[in-house]
Design a protein around this ligand. Structure first.
Ligand SMILES: [Zn+2]
Length: 111
């Protein structure tokens, strides 16, 4: 479900409990929806609230590592998984649970 919200920054889609919050939905395409569906799968396996806590904590950690808010955002394990597979529309049907954990390991090795 898509919800128009003027408080969301332009060009962002925020997934809140499986609903997609955007300022202007005109740029939302199938790939973005798939990206958000991957986040919903991540949220479900973490029972939602812990997802947001881990997401925020990892963003802070990545911010300290990169000192750049967007690089930090792209380095978050949840985002790595969603960006790596957002264009693969069969990914969710064969996705392994906790797939984002492997992205954490991958991110660590890159340093
Ligand atoms: Zn994302």
């Amino acid at each position: 479900m898509m919800i128009k919200c003027p408080f969301i920054p332009e060009g962002f889609c925020v997934n809140i409990f499986g609903t997609y919050w955007v300022r202007d939905p005109s740029w939302i395409d199938a790939k973005v929806i798939n990206h958000e569906r991957i986040h919903t799968a991540q949220q479900r396996e973490l029972l939602f609230i812990p997802f947001y806590i881990l997401y925020g904590l990892e963003w802070l950690l990545r911010l300290m590592q990169t000192r750049h808010w967007r690089k930090a955002y792209l380095a978050i394990s949840f985002e790595r998984e969603a960006y790596a597979h957002g264009g693969d529309f069969t990914y969710l049907s064969r996705r392994r649970p906790w797939a984002w954990v492997r992205m954490w390991k991958k991110a660590g090795r890159r340093k």
